[in-house]
Ligand binder design. Structure first.
Ligand code: HEC
Ligand code: HEC
Ligand code: HEC
Length: 410
């Protein structure tokens, strides 16, 4: 009798194993799921003002992933900084090229992808492509107007796409967890900037997507009701910096384990320069956001003060090996590597540009006041922060980065 039960159980287990293996094989062999995109109408009135505002949004929201430092355009790149568990990920060319870029996409198709995650040919883009379902219509129109402008970042560039190679893990999640988001059936309107708390919330959850990184885990983010995300803004989401060291997102709630003891001035300085009140620089993938206006920073701060506090002391491992070179020490002290990588090639490659500064004085001048070359620039103003005695070694070190061989392709 017992033998029979054991035998039956063994068969049942074997059947389950075979079924699970079959499902695994099916997932492994299949592509990511596809969906039928809905044709939506999203007419954009192109004006120079729209394109100008859109440039700032695209710089903050899209360039980090789609900009190739070697072409200095949104021609796509290998995303070596994406978590390897998702697979080998390439971002595509989104310049106006008709074959590889978005030259043939309609405004509605672009809006549909950015809000739902479904491309015009029905491919579902997993978590590695940003989705902004709560982005206001006006902001989305600005983004699209910029993508159609004649800015060098988006002019047609005939650079072929490389398709991402998703891991089993990604394929599995897109079958069971990650699903396309619904396209909104009513206009999405941002609250007025005169209401700082409501506007700050919009910036954090709708426009700048701070909360997805700063909640507990990407897998439990609620893209439609952000407040329902696990550990909303309480940090602890595990990431990797550019050297593959673990970095955990910070707790931004007003608890003492979060920003409870910070002043608004601490917060502004951290976002402007990337230096925390205790002097530690922000590490990649977090970078300073010098493009934010004072009003935007004030609104974000006002809103963060109102979110429910979460007790979560986030670990902050700091495996900084002692650095011998005096210039490299300064480079790391101020977190230049959070944007420029340890080798100068990070999100913003500076290796090719450095030789254009004829003298160290010119180079130091630029580092002190990059905003004089162009307002709203994403490079912080360092004058008054870096000590005068540190500039010479820093400039010398920065020049050694330029001497490294030029990167190929990626
Ligand atoms: C976190 C990185 C990341 C960010 C941020 C990001 N993208 Fe993407 N994007 C990707 C990746 C990776 C793909 C490829 C998806 C795929 O094929 O599965 C993609 C795909 C696309 C496509 C489809 C192109 C094609 O040929 O299939 C468009 C258009 C696009 N992104 C536009 C944008 C815009 C506009 C923004 C800013 C609002 C943006 N992306 C922000 C990573 C990103
Ligand atoms: C791509 C993911 C990502 C996004 C998007 C992001 N952050 Fe961060 N943020 C991080 C990580 C990771 C850290 C921790 C960095 C470290 O420990 O060096 C961090 C740290 C911070 C800190 C430092 C707090 C502390 O206690 O150390 C502040 C402040 C901050 N982020 C605010 C923001 C705001 C505001 C936004 C939206 C404008 C934002 N972040 C968007 C990943 C992100
Ligand atoms: C928040 C990100 C960020 C940080 C931090 C940062 N930079 Fe930059 N840096 C940029 C961006 C973006 C540019 C390109 C500006 C532009 O659009 O012209 C740039 C440009 C430069 C250039 C000019 C390169 C060229 O091609 O002309 C140098 C040199 C430079 N940075 C050095 C530094 C040094 C040194 C530090 C640390 C003290 C630093 N950066 C910190 C974002 C950053």
């Amino acid at each position: 009798m017992i033998k029979k039960v054991v035998k039956a159980l063994a068969y049942a287990v074997a059947a389950l194993v075979v079924a699970a293996a079959g499902f695994a094989l099916y997932i492994q062999l299949s592509d990511l799921p596809s969906y039928t995109p809905k044709a939506v109408s999203f007419p954009v009135d192109y004006t120079p003002e729209r394109a100008e505002r859109g440039k700032r949004l695209v710089t903050m929201l899209c360039a980090g992933c789609h900009n190739d430092p070697t072409t200095r355009a949104l021609t796509g790149r290998l995303m070596a900084d994406a978590p390897p568990k998702f697979g080998t990920i390439y971002s595509p060319n989104i310049t106006q090229d008709r074959e590889y870029g978005i030259g043939e996409w309609s405004d509605g198709e672009l809006a549909y992808l950015i809000r739902t995650g479904i491309t015009r040919d029905g491919r579902y883009t997993p978590p590695w492509m940003l989705k902004l379902p709560l982005l206001a219509d006006e902001d989305l129109k600005d983004v699209i107007a910029f993508l159609r402008s004649d800015d060098p970042l988006v002019r047609p560039a005939h650079v072929p796409d490389r398709r991402p190679v998703p891991s089993f893990f990604t394929k599995f999640l897109t079958r069971v967890a990650f699903k396309p988001l619904p396209y909104p059936d009513a206009p999405v309107v941002a609250p007025p900037a005169t209401d700082p708390i409501a506007y700050g919330r919009y910036l954090v959850v709708g426009r700048l997507d701070c909360y997805a990184c700063h909640s507990k885990d990407f897998a439990t983010v609620d893209a439609l009701v952000p407040e329902d995300s696990q550990g909303f803004l309480g940090g602890g989401n595990s990431m990797r910096d550019r050297d593959d060291h673990p970095v955990f997102t910070a707790n931004l709630t007003p608890d003492a384990t979060g920003l409870g003891t910070w002043t608004e001035a601490d917060f502004r300085r951290t976002l402007k320069l990337g230096l925390r009140p205790d002097g530690r620089p922000l590490r990649s993938p977090m970078t300073a956001r010098p493009e934010l206006t004072d009003a935007e920073m004030g609104a974000i701060w006002a809103y963060l003060r109102t979110v429910p506090p979460i007790v979560n002391a986030v670990p902050s491992p700091w495996p900084e090996a002692p650095i011998a070179d005096a210039g490299r020490k300064v480079f790391h002290k101020y977190g230049c590597n959070s944007c420029h990588g340890n080798d100068g090639g990070g999100t913003y490659d500076i290796r090719r540009g450095i030789p254009n500064y004829a003298t160290d004085e010119a180079l130091i001048d630029y580092i002190k006041h990059p905003e004089r070359t162009r307002p709203g620039i994403a490079m912080p103003t360092w004058d008054g922060t870096i000590e005068e005695s540190e500039y010479a070694a820093l400039a010398r070190f920065v020049r050694t980065l330029a001497a490294a061989p030029a990167p190929q392709g990626d």
